[in-house]
Design a protein around this ligand. Structure first.
Ligand code: BYC
Ligand code: FE
Ligand code: FE
Length: 436
């Protein structure tokens, strides 16, 4: 392989060219990545010139870099948000010590696992969305789709950089496997559940960017607090891109809701579907599916993993600096647990409840989107209120996995009433996933 000028080819602020070993590792990985992109990225658009934003530096101007590019030639860059001098670990057992610039040996496996789990979601989402270019509602939407896709590709690069730079041989092996797992493949699936669900129409795409990319936001916020400084700085830069992804989701759904409301105003007695608009209750069903699937992405309500990640300083809470206290020792969180089929409250050590702390923040953020769609309905005088499914509904992970709970109230239900509820409101995908 001839030397690629990485400072040219891959915009970066990590001085790639001065680290020959790293450069060689990335040089070996890069053609496999391009091959993966061509095989698993957006179908049939590899030859098209697409008007895309490419980040070429971390400062504000580096963001406004727009131009036509063929997607396989996109310049996937590697950026770490510049750091303050002498960063410290901000929480957990090592609070106040210098942040790690190298992988702490005792936490190597946990850290690798976090980075691999994060990294795996990025190509997964590109795979999930690969057919959507063919059915884009407009050129505007198509461009947004491809922008999201190339940026998720960049997020994979970000995690692969960390693996190559800091984890030696096993990091390189993990990086290779990122290109080998396949979304939805029963023999070789992506790691987390939601990332194996098909996204073959745009309502799902908008729900995914609304709800799943928002899981991305909250996971990245908690990794941005990490005591492993390169991870914190990488994820901070990724967060700047996430805002656009969620904007695509929230406003995409809002546009659909608006159109339905207009049709309902014009034809109050008709089914909006007859006029090519999406019935509001159908949209709600999709919300029920995608939001509940994403609740699972936070892990179990009570989790020793989450306690370990926090104690070790590897993964904090979103906006850790807003908390008064950063060890979370001698603190408890009251959680609901399932005991003999009954929901009971239990005090759980705070560190073990960190997944739930993050999920609650996530749900509150989701609610803002729901409110904006409800405002749209109210503005058009349409009497309809969207809601978020209850956190116990349709869960596959954690305390309430496999249970039968009301989609709105979260009350336990017997099998027959649960089935009846799903019949009355059969979210297309829930019908397929909850009955397997
Ligand atoms: N599906 O202790 P538990 C994004 C496993 S999205 C399948 O409850 P923990 C993006 C778990 O691995 C952000 N398996 O969980 C968005 C464990 O397995 P083992 C992605 C699951 O570890 C859109 C067992 O169940 N980033 O960036 O406390 C487009 C018990 O686990 C699931 C991250 O996730 C599931 N849903 O928390 C593109 C951040 N949930 O050990 C991109 C990194 C759990 O028993 N990851 N399991 O074999 C983490 O912080 C944690 O791994 C999790 C899970 C929060 C995911
Ligand atoms: Fe991402
Ligand atoms: Fe994203």
């Amino acid at each position: 392989m001839t030397g690629i000028d990485y400072s040219q080819k891959i915009p970066n602020n990590v001085d790639l060219k001065s680290d020959k070993r790293l450069q060689r590792a990335l040089e070996r990985w890069q053609p496999d990545y391009i091959e993966w992109w061509k095989e698993m990225g957006p179908t049939d658009f590899n030859e098209n010139d697409v008007y895309l934003r490419t980040a070429v530096s971390v400062d504000k101007d580096g963001w406004a870099n727009f131009g036509y590019v063929k997607m396989p030639e996109y310049r996937w860059g590697i950026f770490l948000t510049p750091n303050e001098k002498d960063p410290k670990i901000q929480f957990g057992d090592h609070m106040g010590q210098d942040a790690w610039q190298q992988v702490p040996g005792e936490y190597r496996n946990w850290l690798r696992r976090l980075i691999v789990t994060q990294g795996d979601t990025e190509p997964a989402s590109v795979e999930q969305q690969r057919l959507l270019g063919h059915t884009a509602p407009s050129l505007y939407d198509m461009r947004n789709l491809f922008q999201v896709n190339v940026e998720e590709g960049r997020h994979l690069w970000a995690m692969v950089y960390l693996l190559h730079r800091h984890f030696g041989k096993d990091g390189r092996e993990e990086a290779d496997q990122m290109l080998q797992r396949r979304s939805g493949n029963p023999d070789h699936p992506r790691i987390l559940s939601t990332f194996n669900e098909p996204i073959d129409e745009w309502l799902s795409f908008f729900c995914f960017t609304m709800f799943t990319d928002r899981d991305g936001k909250f996971q990245l916020l908690s990794l941005a607090e990490s005591g492993f400084d390169p991870l914190a700085r990488t994820t901070r830069f990724m967060l700047t891109e996430e805002a656009h992804h969620m904007f695509v989701g929230q406003t995409g759904l809002q546009r659909i809701v608006r159109r339905t409301c207009q049709v309902m105003q014009e034809h109050p007695d008709a089914d909006p579907a007859e006029y090519g608009a999406m019935p509001l209750d159908l949209i709600q069903r999709y919300i029920n599916f995608w939001a509940s699937s994403c609740y699972d992405l936070f892990g179990a309500e009570v989790s020793s993993n989450s306690a370990n990640f926090f104690a070790s300083g590897l993964k904090g809470r979103a906006y850790e600096d807003k908390y008064d206290e950063h060890t979370a020792l001698d603190q408890f969180k009251t959680l609901e647990r399932l005991q003999d089929g009954k929901i009971v409250s239990e005090e759980v050590p705070m560190r073990n409840a960190m997944n739930e702390v993050l999920r609650e923040a996530y749900m509150a953020d989701n609610q803002k989107g729901v409110d904006s769609w409800n405002k749209e309905c109210a503005k058009h005088g349409i009497d309809f209120e969207f809601y978020l499914p209850h956190s116990r509904f349709n869960r596959k992970v954690g305390e309430f996995a496999g249970g039968r709970f009301h989609v709105k109230t979260g009350e336990p239900m017997d099998e027959a009433s649960y089935e009846a509820m799903l019949e009355a409101c059969p979210p297309k995908r829930i019908a397929t996933t909850s009955r397997v």
